[in-house]
Design a protein around this ligand. Structure first.
Ligand code: IYR
Length: 226
């Protein structure tokens, strides 16, 4: 056994093979479960215990990443004052975005989703998690550690975070108020971290509605050869 964390060596990896029947059953069950996930914009204020958010973050952090540098920081917020601060700052940016920054084409594309600059859920949800990408890491002596494929790595971790939350019965939304710089300030993150996605997390409100969307069929999203 080596003790140098930079030279971890290798360990066997041989998960038991399932039967094809079992694989098909699991594949379809997971597909069904994931197909039931919807982005939610009307949240209940019911509390969510912190350990569930911790488990979702740990799960997201199992994502593959460039050179296994795990170039992400998950900032979890339940403090009402901070949530209010985030809501006010996000709505200020969104008002500008909806009024002036968006093209007519973009506004048209969002019309079926019924979104606007008001984000009351940012104050009502029990948790907000903001995911930051780290442009580089810092070791104990403050030396920079190179990160690779940061955007891709963080994107994959965010996808796994969404799946983990859904799997445990919580709802979320990939919210990207733009520009997001206010989150660096409010959450006091260092300059080499950049906010990527803000996730409100909770249960849907009892009267929550979601757009009646259709998902693309397999042959619209995949090409098989042969
Ligand atoms: N960030 C804005 C606008 C918005 C943009 C896209 I692309 C969406 O899919 C949804 C919303 C907002 O959150 O309202």
């Amino acid at each position: 056994m080596t003790t140098d964390p930079n030279e971890p060596g290798f360990i066997p990896y041989c998960p038991p093979r399932k039967s094809l029947t079992q694989m098909r059953e699991d594949a379809v069950a997971f597909e069904r479960r994931m197909d039931q996930r919807r982005s939610v914009r009307h949240f209940s204020a019911d509390p969510v215990p912190r350990d569930l958010v911790e488990a979702a973050i740990r799960t997201a952090s199992t994502a593959p990443s460039g050179a296994h540098r795990q170039p992400w920081t998950f900032v979890a917020i339940s403090d009402p004052t901070t949530k209010r601060e985030i809501r006010l700052a996000a709505e200020a940016e969104e008002r500008e975005t909806y009024a002036r920054r968006m093209s007519e084409e973009w506004r048209e594309a969002l019309r079926p989703l019924g979104t606007d600059a008001n984000k009351p859920y940012l104050e009502h949800v029990p948790w907000i998690v903001v995911v930051f990408e780290q442009r580089f890491g810092l070791d104990r002596d403050g030396q920079q550690i190179k990160h690779f494929y940061v955007r891709e790595s963080v994107g994959i971790a965010c996808g796994m975070f969404i799946a983990a939350l859904h799997n445990m019965g919580l709802s979320t939304l990939t919210h990207t108020p733009s520009p997001m710089g206010f989150l660096t300030k409010i959450l006091k993150r260092p300059a080499h971290e950049r906010p990527v996605i803000l996730f409100p997390i909770g249960y849907p409100a009892s009267d929550a509605q979601v757009p009646n969307l259709r998902r693309k069929a397999l042959d619209e999203v995949a090409v098989f050869n042969p």
